[in-house]
Design a protein around this ligand. Structure first.
Ligand code: NDP
Ligand code: 8X3
Length: 251
């Protein structure tokens, strides 16, 4: 795996950041993406002790930037072996009648269309060299629907469908495609969902031991280190106390 190149979207926080750290320790060269330049630089300054890091500051919704930046990578980072489609979030938790249109646009534009733009920009080179590995970060919310989760769940069901579609498209082309679907992971996810209300966000993870972002990074690492003939197609990970989106054993 040493010297392979991985591009991770959403590397400034949570699952993406933990994956970047684990990849760096294992000598994988990194292209880290996110919207917050100062966070990208803070993550990179730590990881540069272990590996080469190239930073890309873009919003996955901005298709012009996505294609321009990813089609003009510096030579040393131009041959991407692994793409981790991780950038995403929930915005709001409301019934459809009460839902906020900007929240819906954000979730569908980031979680679904952003993932498509980045994948389309990366694929030509993977196709040309007949190798590569794409991991799509889905969710248990892409496997079931929970009350008031409507549009976020729809976005993650779309990721599930895109993951299956990509695998069909790329069958026989030497490119692995798989989804990792986490349950509750304690990150900034709920703080973003509840628009900075950290008290409300903290309660989501109280009374049980949720997954940590490092747990998902370990699973991603497992997926990318399988032998060439093995593809982890679709894998759901929950903490011990979670049985489904709505059944969590809280004390
Ligand atoms: P965090 O909020 O901690 O991290 C989200 C990351 O996505 C940040 O690095 C953020 O970077 C990036 N991001 C968000 N919007 C954009 C955008 N428009 N353009 C570029 N980057 C963006 O959340 P998680 O680590 O929990 O979330 C990562 C993924 O895991 C998401 O796809 C989420 O849906 C999924 N997931 C999370 C679960 C959880 O319980 N936490 C469970 C299941 C799945 P920046 O703000 O700098 O742009
Ligand atoms: C994140 C998990 O259950 O908060 O995708 O939607 S959940």
């Amino acid at each position: 795996m040493k010297n392979k190149i991985a591009l991770i979207t959403g590397a400034t926080s949570g699952i993406g950041k933990a994956t970047a750290a684990l990849f760096a320790k294992n000598g994988i060269r990194l292209i880290l993406c996110g919207r917050r330049q100062e966070r990208l630089e803070a993550v990179a300054s730590e990881l540069k002790k272990h590996t080469d890091v190239h930073l890309l500051n873009f919003d996955v919704r901005d298709k012009t930037s996505v294609f321009e930046l990813l089609q003009n990578l510096p030579e040393a980072f131009s041959e991407i072996d692994i793409l981790i489609n991780n950038a995403g979030n929930a915005h709001g938790l409301d019934t459809i009648a009460e839902g906020n249109l900007d929240d819906w646009d954000a979730m569908l534009d980031i979680n679904v269309k952003g993932l498509l733009y980045v994948s389309k920009a990366i694929l030509p080179k993977m196709l040309a060299k007949k190798s590569g590995h794409i991991i799509n970060i889905g969710s248990t919310a892409g496997k079931e629907v929970y009350p008031k989760g409507n549009v976020y769940c729809a976005s993650k069901h779309a990721v599930d469908a895109i993951n299956q579609g990509m695998r069909l498209d790329l069958n026989g082309k030497g490119i692995k495609v798989g989804a990792i679907n986490p349950g509750l992971v304690e990150t900034k996810f709920s703080e973003v969902r509840f628009k900075g209300d950290s008290d409300r966000a903290g309660k989501v993870y109280q009374g049980f031991t949720p997954l940590r972002p490092e747990d998902i990074a370990d699973v991603i690492w497992f997926a990318v280190t399988r032998p060439p003939h093995v593809n982890i197609a679709d894998l759901t990970v929950m903490c011990l106390d979670q049985a489904s989106s709505t059944i969590v054993n809280k004390v």
